[in-house]
Design a protein around this ligand. Structure first.
Ligand SMILES: O=C(O)C(=O)C[C@H](O)C(=O)CO
Ligand SMILES: [Zn+2]
Length: 274
């Protein structure tokens, strides 16, 4: 079963006036993972799509998605998949990729139908693509690790870059995940924005009762979302995206837009935030 929800783009002046329910309706991604289902959110931020596929021991195929009006979803798109569950498989383009927890699969434009199998919980990201780059399974051994932050500022963390120019080529999609050292709680501090690219976060590896206090909004008009395990935040180009965990967490970040330069960010120091 496939379900697709559309999220419209929101003007920052409109976002300022939103109450908690409206912020959650527009920017929180919930219920992406359900046994036997593929659930997608089609955003109008760079036409970025995020979602989940949980084959639960069976198999699920993603092919035609009405929203794109193309015979197959990947006809004019590329895709990044992260397995956040147990061992599973992805069959695509005549290949079968075995994916363990934490592995990332890049599928190039024109790959065709994608079939998910096994006990994986597959986080799906996708954006429009202008060129076909080769599909590639990127394991933990292949990613580039960047250490950031410090224990004194409670933000010591490792950024693992998978779909990233230092590892492989893609059109627009950049993707990886970040984990915190013991005792550090803050991600993405100091906060930043990048008007050239939208971004989506998926928080995972959390206890059921844990929450991340996710900060969003323009730097001088910050708002927050309380986010649980396997839930995401959609970050418009004008928004910061930082968070502090009440409990352990990891998060997948994925971006699409005008460039694939991970370091292209404008930082906002905490003293300048409102
Ligand atoms: O902890 C961090 O800092 C991040 O992981 C930042 C994200 O990767 C990001 O926002 C990239 O633009
Ligand atoms: Zn960012």
């Amino acid at each position: 079963m496939l379900t697709v929800e559309t999220r419209q783009a929101v003007h920052p002046e409109h976002a300022k006036s939103m109450d908690t329910a409206a912020l959650r309706k527009n920017f929180l991604a919930q219920n992406l993972f359900a046994d036997g289902e593929i659930r997608l959110i089609y955003t109008h931020y760079d036409r970025f799509v995020m979602g989940g596929a949980v084959p639960a021991g069976g198999s699920l195929t993603l092919d035609k998605v009405d929203e794109t009006k193309t015979p197959s979803f990947l006809d004019r798109r590329e895709m990044g998949i992260v397995n956040i569950g147990d061992a599973g498989t992805v069959e695509a383009g005549g290949e079968t990729y075995a994916m363990n927890r934490g592995d990332v699969l890049y599928l190039g434009k024109g790959t065709g139908a994608v079939t998910f199998g096994g006990q994986g919980r597959f986080y799906i990201t996708s954006c429009p693509a202008h060129h076909t780059y080769p599909s590639r399974l990127v394991t933990l051994a292949d990613c580039v690790e960047v250490k950031m932050g410090a224990a004194e500022t409670s933000n010591k963390r490792t950024i693992k870059q998978f779909i990233h120019p230092q590892v492989m080529e893609s059109c627009q999609l950049i993707l990886g995940y970040t984990s915190l050292e013991d005792g550090s709680v803050w991600n993405t501090v100091p906060s930043h924005i990048h008007d050239r690219r939208m971004e989506a976060y998926l928080y995972w590896g959390m206890d059921d009762d844990a929450r991340v206090l996710h900060l969003m909004g323009q730097p001088q008009e910050s708002r927050h979302l309380f986010i649980g395990n396997e839930q995401g935040a959609i970050s418009p180009p004008w928004s910061i995206h930082s968070g502090a965990g009440i409990g352990e967490y990891t998060f997948i970040w994925a971006m699409a837009g005008d460039n694939v330069d991970y370091t292209d960010m404008e930082f906002i120091q905490p003293k300048d935030m409102r």
